[in-house]
Write a protein that binds this ligand. Sequence first.
Ligand code: GTP
Length: 598
Amino acid sequence: MTQSHIRNFSIIAHVDHGKSTLADRMLEMTQTVADRKMQAQLLDSMDLERERGVTIKASAVRMMYKAKDGETYMINLIDTPGHVDFTYEVSRALQACEGALLVVDASQGIEAQTLTNVYLALEQDLEVLPVVNKIDLPAAQPDEVAQELENLIGTPAEEILRISAKSGIGVADVLELVVKEVPPPTGNEDAPARALVFDSHYDVYKGVVAYVRVVDGEFKPRDQFQLMATHAKFDPVEIGVFNPVMVPVESLKAGEVGYIATGLKTMQECRVGDTITLANKGAEKPLPGYKQVKPMVFAGIYPTDNDDYPELRDALEKLQLNDASLVYEPETSQALNFGFRVGFLGLFHMEIVQERLEREYDLDILATAPSVKYEVIKKDGTSIFIDSPAQMPDENVIAEVREPWMKIQIYTPQNYIGGIMDLVIKKRGEVVTTEYLDANRVILHYLMPLSEVIVDFYDRLKSISQGYASLDYQLDDYRADDLVKLDVLVNNEPIDALAMIVHRDHAYHKGQKLVSKLKELIPRQMFAVPVQAAVGKRVISRANISAMRKDVLAKCYGGDITRKKKLLEKQKKGKKRMKMVGAVEVPQEAFMALLSLD
Ligand code: GTP
């Protein structure tokens, strides 16, 4: 197809504003999928995604659309992940497009990720086309939201489409809008072939399947290709398009979107953001903007049962095939034995990985509280990065500890500003500016340590604002502060997996809270168990869990055997999440107690 008849676009939206639903309607209207085959939210292919209603991986679909001008257009819809941890994937997906539909919920208005996505789209010089969705809702305020959008990007409010993706109202106009307003691609058809990898997945038979936007030239299945950042060469297994299932084709030309099955065995060789070209007489320069994404949040992941270690290792290996941003290495904990230190893009990414390990791989795992990456400058002038409190060197060799600080944007109705400000200050944050978007809505710009963001900040923000505030953040820089390691001793033994790094001013308070929480969480044992919190050698808090004979059956007075069985069954289940630490049984909750100490 000639480039003049190709349109490549994304749908960008805050989580739950209706991106997938709109995509579904477009697929139906262009008969890309027959109705009876149409599964709700087809683009979110993973089970987990569907259940959580959140799009994790970007995907792409080719639709053929006969427009009102009588011409047929090839419309490629590139789906983007909606959550704050996946900004890099969003920006790569957007780079594969010329336009973006900006979907905003008529009952919610603009939110934090709406803004981030708009800025990302504008950075890529995309045509941003706003659409107000969910006009069927009783709480919809389409005119107000259209006005907010006019203020934000300048499209006159009266020209903004108002639709209901759910019922289908206005969706035909959206397709026309895409054809009219999204500019056609303008690649050089005669130049050496270049394609941007904007996503990928791993296939057992085809190896890494790269999702590509061809920018220049033409790719044919019999040529040999090369990745420009990693220099990996390969003979493609096949090339094709998503229609919406994978369909092989004989060529992918400038402007088109499709896939190249590379046959490569690891995601590391074919990363999102890299450029594919021909191995012979390929392009000289890669497409702009490749960067390696770095994990920001780290946690120890251990099998509850030590025997499951090989299964956990295999599962992580498999997960990484589909998620190049997931990094891990073996870790040994005195308390928890053999496990892995795993790095994530953010808290949300961590949650998804944990759930997948449990659900898809049927593993019982224990995760330690998340930590950030600290830089420790030693007195001898050397410095190290640590991503686990257990790696913190002895206090007397440390000159300085630095931690990552984030730029934070909070989008909220203005009546919650006071509460949010208090929360941010309590979390060591700093106010930068307050920006008024209209009479009621504001964007609060703050700086805050990441270590404070990953500890229940999001949940508290939501509860303070009754669910209205939304949050986005990016790394700002590393800053030094008075940070110390808080050790926890159970039965006089330090438990490495319970250690945390805290600000010295908060150490006493957090130590006390933690000790009293652990006293509640750790069940009574056959002997008395002291629990202590310490900074360096100084114990700052202490409690005793007194001894008890644990006889659950004592409660069943009579001889009802089934009842007894049930009770034992229940106790066994409860035990699943226990870990023997020395001579003491510690439940999973204890390791997460660090997350709510205020
Ligand atoms: P993420 O994948 O999490 O980013 O969400 P999304 O933006 O793709 O939202 P999705 O399409 O999953 O829609 C979220 C919810 O809103 C679903 O329950 C939809 O049924 C509902 N929804 C979407 N469009 C409409 C609409 O026009 N009207 C109404 N009433 N509900 C809608």
